[in-house]
Design a protein around this ligand. Structure first.
Ligand code: NIG
Ligand code: FE
Length: 419
């Protein structure tokens, strides 16, 4: 039994397991002051005031030594953070592109010249499964150190049947051996590989007719994603790919309106996507459509920051009733960070989300973005015991003392994973 005593603020984010929070609901964190909680067999079994928690522990624990007490005085406790959009498994890095971009090259120009995603694809194809696992494991370790207990991981740097499967199998293996849980997304439609440059339609067919059925048959992913963008996949191709995924049982996600207004948000609503991600350039109609269809906007302010672009219009989306989640977008080109805390800071400071909205966006709404809100994303009895303790007297402080890691302790599945 683990007893966490006397948290200055116990942020439960309770009460939204059925549907993501939107509008004003995103501000309601269901905070317990001087909170206490108990974990038994990997689940929360008591959540409430600390004096009651103490009585619960005294009644339940036969011997004192059965109880591990963690003192949370002066600290904030939150649900384990959830990162619903990463490209975890890949080989290498692309710091030279940063220099090129600083000299004026654009992200999409670099891709068109065979760099960008294509250069990571080359390195990922050349890497063995063991090498990929080793590199991805280091990233996962850093996520955990920053308070993240569940992440999504997309394929999309293999771009052949074999190499996409290699990436997805690596994610599955890591999820089994690492404390951080991984939810996999198939993203063979991340980019048209160079060998299909002159016949992109043939690559779309490879994705819809060969890759998707195989990935679904092997149970290697729960979601299907596509980079719907000028110069990558058209709206029509993206729709075909997402529909092929739906037919095979893969729920749709979409990289939408990142670089140009392109109709990606509208497409997300049309196909009933679980999430539409990026949305820097989403149109007003697109935002309205997302709200109406209940699509979660996964916003990635770290990507906007790193690409030196205007961030998404989070305020407009929240006011329109779009449920918002936040993520690192961890990838080697447009967002090479595992610090979801920094992303939270950027969400406040560049998109004017409030500290309360930010916490909702990285907990219960992020859990909804992964179809996991029944198990994770809030601190409620019966839920999986994933949590983070922060060296902060209140939750606003998390956005105030910015750019550093404020994590004190992380518990994953009822086990202390970072202390
Ligand atoms: O989410 N936009 C497309 N894909 C990634 C970047 C991938 C890369 O540059 O390697 C993203 O930003
Ligand atoms: Fe991405």
């Amino acid at each position: 039994m683990i007893y966490i005593r006397n948290a200055s603020q116990l942020i439960t984010v309770a009460g939204a397991t059925a549907a993501p929070k939107r509008g004003r609901e995103m501000e309601d964190l269901c905070i317990i002051h001087n909170g206490g909680l108990v974990i038994e067999e990997g689940r929360f079994t008591f959540v409430g005031q600390d004096d009651e928690a103490q009585r619960y522990v005294q009644n339940r624990a036969k011997k004192k030594k059965e109880v591990m007490v963690i003192d949370a005085s002066g600290k904030v406790v939150t649900p384990g953070l959830v990162d619903p959009h990463t490209h975890l498994v890949f080989a290498g890095s692309r710091e030279l592109e940063l220099e090129m971009r600083l000299k004026g090259a654009s992200y999409i120009d670099i891709l068109k010249q065979g760099g960008g995603i294509l250069s990571t694809a080359e390195q990922t194809r050349a890497a063995s499964a063991e090498e990929l696992a080793e590199q991805a494991k280091q990233r996962l370790d850093r996520f955990l150190l920053h308070g993240v207990t569940t992440i999504e991981a997309k394929s999309g740097y293999g771009l052949t049947v074999e190499d996409e499967i290699k990436q997805l199998r690596t994610a599955r293996l890591l999820s089994r051996v690492h404390p951080v849980d991984i939810v996999s997304t198939f993203m063979g439609a991340h980019c048209v590989p160079k060998e299909y440059k002159n016949d992109p339609e043939a690559y779309v067919r490879l994705v819809t007719d060969d890759m998707i059925p195989l990935v679904a048959k092997e149970g290697l992913a729960e979601f299907c994603d596509v980079f719907c963008e000028q110069g990558v996949f058209t709206v029509e191709q993206s729709e075909r790919i997402l529909n092929a995924g739906i037919q095979a049982g893969l729920r749709p996600k979409i990289h939408a309106d990142e670089l140009e207004p392109f109709g990606g948000a509208e497409l997300a609503a049309r196909v009933g996507a679980v999430t539409a991600d990026h949305l820097l350039k989403a149109s007003d109609t697109g935002i309205r459509d997302l709200a109406k269809a209940g699509v979660i906007a996964v916003l990635l302010p770290g990507t906007a920051f790193f690409l030196m672009a205007e961030p998404a219009k989070a305020r407009k989306m929240i006011e329109a009733g779009v449920p918002v989640a936040l993520s690192t977008d961890r990838n080697p080109g447009s967002s090479p960070t595992e610090s979801l805390q920094l992303i939270m800071n950027l969400a406040c400071l560049t998109m004017r989300m409030t500290p309360a909205e930010v916490l909702t966006a990285v907990t219960i709404n992020a859990a909804h973005a992964l179809g996991r809100a029944d198990r994770i994303g809030s601190i409620e009895t019966g839920k999986q015991a994933d949590l983070a303790l922060f060296n902060a007297p209140n939750y606003v402080y998390l956005q105030y003392h910015y750019g550093i890691n404020l994590v004190d302790t992380v518990i994953k599945n009822g086990i202390v994973a970072v202390s």
